[in-house]
Ligand binder design. Structure first.
Ligand SMILES: Nc1ncnc2c1ncn2[C@@H]1O[C@H](COP(=O)(O)OP(=O)(O)OP(=O)(O)O)[C@@H](O)[C@H]1O
Ligand SMILES: Cc1ncsc1CCO
Ligand SMILES: [Mg+2]
Length: 262
């Protein structure tokens, strides 16, 4: 069996259209850096974002949301509690949810401890870069805060092991994206290194994954479809004018995405 099957645009189109038909309500508990970009990314693909953070509100909102994103990027005391309450409720109500374990690792033990507590509430998908996936599995990783210094190829076995251990899907992004449930693994090449020069492309991809797994009969392919869509948008976005225009152009590409993007 091949290490990973290349995931193609033709496979993603059904899932991309599904978002536009369903307009899923995505409950986002994400970091302070990427709130606005994430909301715009979700609107661009046809989903409805809602950034509901207060610990008094998260449980009742998980009940009405189609899916949930928890991103620990700028976690602190009060948001940690909101995250734990929301994840617990999502597990109870079987609401699909995504964990983005931003910058976990030995030098940031507070968030790493919370990330492990969150894992006990069975995320549907863990979406992270290679350093985060290695660190979550307790292995040596060379992260630089939220940025990865490890290759996804070298971390693939760890991603598979993590998926099997937690009975979840791991979407590990980088030069090559890998999406695995521990048995089936898809790979996606392409994208553009400029995606790492604009903050929040990974974080907003995690929100896209949450939108794609809402009411989906095939969460693995739904997750791969979200990853493919972000890579293609990064490839097609305008890189001639500088990184500011590039960030806005990603939104343009996501909102006009169609099946001609082979
Ligand atoms: N070297 C690269 N070449 C092409 N595409 C890349 C490269 N590195 C990352 N990407 C793409 O950039 C997007 C974000 O992935 P990345 O792994 O950088 O997330 P991240 O580190 O969690 O980002 P952030 O924390 O800033 O939101 C994905 O679509 C991924 O495929
Ligand atoms: C820059 C940064 N710092 C904490 S979260 C975040 C957004 C990218 O992950
Ligand atoms: Mg990240």
């Amino acid at each position: 069996m091949p290490i990973a099957q290349p995931f193609q645009t033709a496979q993603a189109i059904t899932f991309i259209n599904h978002i536009k038909q369903q307009c899923p309500l995505v409950h986002c508990i994400t970091n302070d850096v990427v709130q606005n970009f994430t909301a715009n990314v979700l609107l661009a693909i046809g989903a409805s974002p809602a950034m509901i953070i207060a610990e008094q509100e998260v449980e009742s909102f998980v009940i009405i949301a189609d899916s949930l994103l928890i991103n620990i990027g700028t976690i602190h005391n009060s948001t940690a509690n909101s995250m734990l309450l929301a994840a617990k409720k999502a597990q109870q109500t079987q609401t699909p949810w995504v964990l983005d374990p931003v910058a976990v690792g030995p030098s940031l033990s507070y968030r790493t401890d919370i990330a492990h507590q969150l894992l006990s509430f069975n995320p549907t998908v863990i979406r992270g870069n290679a350093s985060e996936i290695l660190a979550l599995n307790g292995q040596n990783a060379s992260s630089k805060g939220p940025d990865s210094q490890d290759s996804t190829q070298s971390a693939l076995n760890t991603a598979k092991a993590l998926a099997q251990q937690y009975q979840t899907i791991v979407a590990m992004t980088g030069d090559v994206d890998y999406i695995t449930d521990g048995n089936t693994t898809y790979s996606i090449t392409g994208g553009d290194v400029a995606l790492t020069k604009v903050t929040g492309t990974g974080c907003s991809l995690s929100a896209m994954v949450a939108a794609f797994i809402a009411n989906s009969p095939d969460p693995l392919q739904a997750t791969a479809s979200a990853c493919l869509m972000m890579k293609k948008a990064g490839e097609l976005a305008n890189k001639q004018q500088g990184l500011g225009t590039f960030a806005v152009s990603i939104l343009d590409q996501l909102s006009t995405f169609n099946s001609t993007h082979e």
